[in-house]
Design a protein around this ligand. Structure first.
Ligand code: NAP
Length: 493
């Protein structure tokens, strides 16, 4: 049984019950954690709050050294962390090894940029004055994380938050808490006790963090529905929020695209992590000229995707994370087929891959914006394809959405690429290379896909306030102070 992580040590829940964590590929029990309670959240917030009074004063150079040490500890523990990520979430181990490395790189990145960024000087308005800004931490940051990239999406919050002098209280997904607890136990020992705390459990734990009066900021990644609820609650007490929400990202393949690149690119961008990626290619638009050939080649390619347990090195795709997720995908495909969509590949569960939540990679054509698979987020391995008359129509179709997380296109035609980039609302726009993130570049969504940005300098500023300091180094009484009668002649008659 794994314990909560509070005040730098494994801590039993005050009155929480146990919760079983299942391997989604085998349905075997991997471990147990506590279903945390409001009292546990309060203890974690107190610990974070006490630690923050010291942590915010630690010099930037020292904080940077500790963050680099966390990065080294993550790399040293990559074998076990990646295994836990696979056993609790189902992703292939190779993807989880990458996830751990990306976390380490992100800690290294924020160690450096936070130590080199602390405000700036600004021109004064009069003689013998100096004006400058300093960046201050917010206090305690609540980090609420989804199941699909448990360590990476935590790191995108935790690394900049603590680099800026905040402390954190983490709530992992109820489905995937094990790697997070391991990371806190094994990899955060360079940090003073209380800087990072975690409470496991479900939505009630998340709500207790959002409602806690000592939590200054909530950094949330998850669905638009939950994010909207969190934004409303946080607004009621004027707590800050950073919201990374759902997406129904478009992907456009133009007629000049090199299909040797576009076909495997689209397949990877849609079926990576069994389609459980916020920025995966969920609405695919093909220009008519290449549509038939592209679809034939995609269907062939999809047949080569090997399903199985993520610990097996000879597989490409694992299971969906839960029975609920599997059922939802099955329903979405069923409804699309009933509304006239053609299922060209997959369209069924895949029990031959194991007893867990496996669904075959699926290709659907004949869909339109009235189908739920196009206008609702499908968090599973379903490629929904629509065909456009020409480039103009493809761009217009791709641009039609209430969401705006990412978009990816395939073309070497500069005019189409820049037209699409201008027309499509998206926080990230990928051309010929989908889903590549960069620690130095901001990541986030427009419209219903969220507010605020993670990564880059914006990701650091999400966890800082700016204080303006005005200094007059020759103290003297000012002529514009009281009494105003001295200035009566300045008033126009
Ligand atoms: P989710 O159901 O919204 O859950 C996200 C986190 O919020 C989990 O830890 C969840 O806890 C917690 N939570 C649930 N209800 C809550 C409440 N009322 N108050 C506070 N916290 C609450 O999302 P998910 O199913 O884990 O993840 C899939 C979604 O995340 C998709 O929509 C995907 O697009 C989005 N996503 C977005 C990004 C991005 O960067 N924009 C990245 C990855 C995923 P429990 O799991 O314990 O219920």
């Amino acid at each position: 049984m794994q314990q909560l992580w509070i005040g730098g040590k494994a801590t039993p829940s005050r009155d929480g019950s146990p919760r079983v964590i299942e391997d989604p590929a085998t349905l075997e029990v991997v471990d147990e954690v506590y279903e945390g309670t409001t009292a546990d959240v309060d203890a974690a917030v107190q610990s974070a709050s006490e630690a923050q009074t010291h942590w915010r004063r630690v010099p930037g150079v020292e904080r940077a050294r500790m963050l680099h040490d966390v990065a080294s500890a993550l790399r040293a523990d990559r074998a076990r962390l990646s295994e836990l990520l696979t056993r609790e979430g189902g992703k292939p181990r190779i993807e989880n090894l990458d996830e751990v490395e990306w976390c380490a790189a992100c800690f290294d990145y924020y160690a450096e940029i936070a130590r080199n960024s602390h405000g700036s000087s600004v021109p004064p308005v009069a003689e013998h004055q100096i004006n400058f800004t300093i960046k201050e931490p917010l206090g305690v940051v609540g980090c609420i994380v989804p199941f699909n990239y448990p360590l990476l999406l935590l790191t995108w919050k935790m690394a900049p938050a603590i680099a800026a002098g905040n402390t954190v209280v983490i709530k992992p997904s109820e489905l995937t808490p094990l790697a997070t607890l391991r990371m806190l136990d094994r990899c955060t020992s360079p940090l003073p006790h209380g800087v990072a705390n975690a409470v496991t459990g479900g939505a009630a734990v998340g709500e207790a963090i959002v409602d806690h009066p000592q939590v200054a900021c909530i950094a949330f990644t998850g669905s638009t529905a939950v994010g909207t609820r969190i934004a409303a609650k946080a607004a009621a007490r004027l707590a800050r929020v950073n919201l990374e929400l759902g997406g129904i990202d478009p992907c456009v393949v133009f007629e000049d695209a090199d299909l040797d690149v576009a076909v495997p690119g689209v397949a990877w961008a849609r079926f990576l992590n069994a389609g459980q990626v916020c920025t995966s290619a969920k609405r695919i638009y093909l220009v008519e000229k290449i549509a038939k050939l592209f679809i034939e080649r995609l269907v062939e390619h999809v047949k080569t995707i090997r399903l199985g347990h993520g610990m097996n090195p000879d597989i490409d795709m694992g299971p969906l994370v839960s029975a609920r997720a599997l059922q939802r995908v099955e329903d979405q495909v069923g409804r699309a087929a009933a509304q006239g969509a053609q299922v060209l590949a997959g369209g069924h569960r895949q029990p031959s891959a194991g007893p867990g939540h496996f669904y075959a990679p699926t290709v659907l054509t004949g869909v339109s914006p009235r189908h739920a698979v196009v206008c609702e987020e499908v968090f599973g391995p379903i490629a929904s394809i629509q065909v456009a008359r020409d480039a103009e129509e493809a761009i217009a179709m791709a641009a039609r959405s209430e969401y705006g997380l990412g978009a990816n296109i395939y073309t070497s035609n500069l005019t189409w690429a820049m037209k699409a980039m201008t027309e499509i609302k998206a926080g990230t726009f990928w051309i010929n290379d989908p889903l590549t993130d960069n620690d130095a570049a901001p990541f986030g969504g427009m419209r219903k896909s969220g507010m605020g940005r993670e990564l880059g300098e914006e990701g650091l500023d999400a966890f800082r306030e700016t204080k303006h300091v005005h200094l007059d180094f020759v103290p003297e009484k000012k002529p514009y102070w009281f009494p105003y009668r001295r200035r009566a002649d300045e008033i126009p008659s």
